[in-house]
Each structure stands twice: as structure tokens, then as C-alpha cells.
Design a protein around this ligand. Sequence first.
Ligand code: ARG
Length: 412
Amino acid sequence: MSCFGSVVRLVSQAQLSCIRSKPLLQKICSAVSVATRRQHVATQMSAQEEKTKIPVSSHNEWDLLEEVIVGRAENACVPEFTTEVKANTYEKYWPFYQKYGGKPFPKKHIQKAVEEVEEMCSILQQEGVVVRRPDVVEWEKAFETPDFKSRGMYAAMPRDILIVIGNEIIEAPMAWRSRFFEYRAYRSLIKEYFTEGAKWTAAPKPLMSDELYDMNYPMHSVQDRHELAKKGQFVTTEFEPCFDAADFIRAGRDIFVQRSQVTNLMGIKWMERHLGPEYNLHQLTFKDPNPMHIDATFNIIGPGLVVANPDRPCNEMHLFKKAGWTVVEAPTPTRSDDLPLWMSSKWLSMNVLMLDEERVMCDKNEIPTMKMFEELGITTIPVDIQHANSLGGAFHCWTTDVRRRGELKSYF
Ligand code: ARG
């Protein structure tokens, strides 16, 4: 709801009570003057509101969170087992992909995930955050473009596809064929934000023809992938720009990005040129055989405060030391193997959502991680989304912050 709308309503209520309590002539006079005043206030407010209250406004990962999009597990489908999917999944789950690719994830598991995410939403609401959800979409439906055929995946991870930079909401082009049409689940929301004043951009849609992928990408062992990643060789080529929004992480005027299995150099270049000189885009590299989405590797949680994955050291750490940032190593995850992680590592433990600088939504079961936050003076809001985690993300991935109260600043 726009604030402009609420101002108008407020004033008309005042007008109404005025009319009720006075004789006819006075009633008319005061109604006229209230109407004039109302118009005056409305114009005054609208100019002011336009500047300050566009529904989309977020500059970093930690300012006070006011509105958030939380993904959905409903109808989630396992992506077809194509090259780009294979390059990014653990061998242990390959038989699962062979069996379920293009079909829904196991029903009971999804039901549990749906319930967990509902609970997460109500906790966010209790913390004062407005929660919005994408549309329910039939992801299993087959589709065809002139370049390829596929079925969809899900709208579980808004972080992967949407990034808010200031008043602008950007739809990422994506790199997996199964995610080509994922933006459709968010269009109702985005149109609403656009109507209320947000800037809306869809990055160039890739063709996703065979040329975007290294079809011979050798991926038999983690060792192979380590070697290839070190050489800057990934499953996506430089045929055309592609990126997932989750390979970017924001700290005001400085935005950090990694070249990953789904974000190529052309994609990074597109973003850099699109953002222009107001922003500094820094490319980071990590010792990671499987880079895909930066937020379980290097999670910026405050002004000059990072939680870093000790298994995936950053090769540019000196830059952060020089800037006087504090880098805290994430504790080893404690998750058991009882529930599958079809699309990620256990490092989801560090994939937390900051509600402001002093409150963090994190995994109820990851005790060492919670302790780390408490030692940093950050209050934990523990939530259990273990089944939802199986779809490839924790609290940061499952959300896109639409509005955080704060201004554009430099921290780096
Ligand atoms: N690739 C990361 C890992 O396995 C998971 C990142 C998930 N993030 C996301 N935005 N979906 O550790």
C-alpha cells in the first residue's frame, strides 16, 4: 500500500468528523477549507513521499528491514539434468536428478517446506516486517523457445533472481534453462512496485542456446572443478551476458560480485555499466570448486562486517583488511545428513538474513553460528527451515529485501 494512499485516507476521515459536528453552513465552509488543506497536504506529501517513500529502496544487507519478498516451495520442480545443472550439483545427488529431473520434488518434503516457510513469514511479521509472496506457478509445464526446451523450477529463492539497488529492482537474466521464465512468478509484485514509483529493469534475456554452455565441461571430481575454477573456467561461456542476482552482495556504494558457474564476465560487465559511476563493482574470487551465489561464501552482515566461509577463502582479503573491515569466520555447520541438501552445501548455516544491524534470522539448529552472533552483540531470531533448506537456500536466499530504511553511503 502506498503511503500516499494512507495520507489521503487520514485526511478524509478528519474531514468527515468535521462535517458531522457542525451546522450546515459551517459544515460546507469547513468542508471546503479541509478539502483545500487536504489537497495542499497531499501535494506537499506526495512530493516528499515520492522522494523518500518509494516502496523499493534498499542499499545494503543490514539496514532496518521494512518489506521483504519470501519465496515459495509450492509446485517446486527438480531441474532437468542438463550440463549447467550437473556442473553445480554434488555427485551424490546425480541419481536423484536422473530420476526426478523435470518432475516435482517429493511431495511430502515440499509440504513440510511450505509449512516451515509460512512459519518464517509469520516470525518476520511479528518482527514488524511486511512480507510479500510471489505468485503460485505451475513449474512442471514444458516450454520451448527458438533455442531450447525445458520445464520450470521454482520461485523459492527470490535472492537468486531479484536484486534491489536503491529504488531500482532488477530482474536477473539467470543461466539455468529451467529458470528462464522464473521472473513470471514475481511480475504481479513488480508491477505493483512499479506503479508506486520503483524503477524496474529486466537485464537482457539470454538466448540460452547451446553456445552459452561448455558442453564438455569436465566435472568428474571436485579436484577437476577446483582446477577449472582456478583457471577461471566455468560451465557458462562468454557467449552472452548471464548472471544470477545472488552472486552480488551490497554494501552501499560498493557492490561485490563473483564470477561463478552462473554469472559470467559479460554479466558482470553489464551490471557495472548499468549501475554507472555512482557505484563501485568489485569482483572477488574464492577458493571454491563450485561457485554459485556468494551468500554462503561471503555474507556481508553489517557496515564493515562480513561472515566468511573458512572453506572458501577469499583471494582479495587484503582489500577488506585495508578498509578496516571485520571479517568473522563462520563456524563449521553442524547439520546432520538426515535430510537431503539437493542443491547446496551445509554452509547455508551462514546464509542469514539481517533484520537490522542488531537482529539476525538464523538457523535454530546451528548452535555454534548462533553463539557467534551473540558474541558479536547481535540478537538471534532462530527459525527452523530444514526442509526448505533442501531446495538450495537458507534465509538470505529465500528472501529479497525490497525496502530497508537507510541511505546510500560508502563503507569501503
Ligand atoms: N552455492 C552455495 C553453497 O552450496 C549455496 C548458495 C545458496 N544461495 C542462494 N542465493 N541460493 O554453499
